[in-house]
Design a protein around this ligand. Structure first.
Ligand code: TXA
Ligand code: MG
Length: 325
């Protein structure tokens, strides 16, 4: 019989245990400031293969490699001026840089691409774990392929629990949405591949150049980041997205209605809200947890209000559109 994964509170003994498992090519779910990751030794083919198989992820979808600091990251990819500026400004933090790779990063991690996605996470326990290890960690979000990303240890336990060695419990993730992924390979054609907590405006102000906001159309074009797959990040329950502020007058009876903020009046127990006050950061932090809870409740449909298209709202709307598509 398969055993459920142990959920370990972040204490020194737990970090030692996770490091021990990772050195043996086992997988550990780790907290980051964005979402939980399914981590393995990025330099071990055996560990990386396990990541793809546990997640049910096709081998053509590349992984992010997580480093303890920028020096170690830039030793394995070809950096440029923009990468240095962004690392200086936002690492450790929720920003992933795509750069040309060196042979030090195994081809399996990057799905055979000549580029690699690298980031230095900020979450304290994840940083401590990386400090302990002699190798970087490859980690996709710790959800079954295509499902909603986990923002709490229990979300990982509910889905991948029986398939991994341990879950390091760092509490709820600070941002609650995956990192911004930016392609920096061509300084004249910088692109956001996946919008996230660090906005296009923030990136533009650091590199002194306006860049497109990262709203990628779901039809046509090469999938330069497989996170661009139009159907992704999706709960099992059908989602209907409606515009910010346009609350349906007659919500469906079999549906849950999910609003950005607490309404002044509500007369149904099937109304949920993502924040008391409409703060975009709070909505982002609560979204994936609420989606996973509602997914267990047997609703026929989730009717969800989009966020204003600003700040982290751009990233949340991107995920909601994919979940609804
Ligand atoms: O916040 C995050 O980024 C989380 C935490 C655990 O770090 N990780 C995460 O990983 O969301 P994942 O695998 O679920 O999403 C990584 C995204 C995917 O869309 C993948 O296609 C893209 O990054 N990616 C990875 N390597 C790439 C590359 N070389 N070129 C373009 N896109 C790449
Ligand atoms: Mg993911």
């Amino acid at each position: 019989m398969t055993q459920a994964a142990r959920i370990l509170k972040c204490r020194p003994e737990a970090l030692n245990e996770c490091a021990r498992l990772l050195r043996r090519d086992e997988l550990v779910a780790v907290p980051t400031e964005t979402v939980y990751g399914l981590a393995g030794n990025a330099l071990s083919e055996a560990a990386v293969r396990k990541i793809f198989s546990v997640k049910g992820r096709p081998l053509i979808d590349p992984l992010i490699t997580h480093f303890k600091n920028a020096t170690e990251a830039f030793a394995m990819v070809l950096k440029n001026k923009q990468a240095e500026l962004l690392a200086e400004a936002y690492w450790p933090g929720p920003l992933t840089l795509v750069l040309n790779k060196t042979a030090a990063i195994p081809d399996l991690v990057t799905a055979g691409l000549s580029s690699a996605a690298v980031r230095v996470p900020a979450q304290v326990s994840m940083r401590a774990l990386l400090q302990d290890l002699e190798f970087p960690l490859a980690a996709p979000s710790a959800n079954p392929f295509g499902y909603v990303s986990p923002t709490q240890a229990i979300h990982v336990a509910n889905t991948l629990g029986s398939k991994i060695g341990a879950i390091l419990d760092g509490g709820s993730c600070e941002h609650g949405i995956e990192s911004t992924v930016i392609d920096l390979r061509s300084p004249n054609d910088i692109r956001i591949l996946r919008p996230g907590p660090i906005s296009a405006e923030q990136i533009g102000s650091v590199i002194g150049k306006k860049i497109p906001s990262g709203r990628i159309s779901s039809s046509g074009g090469a999938q330069s980041s497989p996170g661009q797959l139009s159907k992704h990040y999706s709960p099992a329950t059908e989602i209907e997205l409606f515009a910010h502020g346009e609350i349906p007058r007659n919500p469906l009876t079999e549906a849950a209605l999910v609003l950005n903020r607490k309404p002044q009046k509500y007369d149904s127990e099937h109304i949920y809200w993502l924040s008391e006050d409409g703060r975009l950061e709070t909505i982002a932090r609560n979204l994936f947890d609420l989606l996973q809870k509602l997914d267990q409740m047997g609703y026929g449909r989730l009717q969800i209000e989009a966020l204003p298209e600003e700040g982290i709202g751009v990233a949340v709307n991107d995920r909601l559109r994919r979940a609804a598509s």
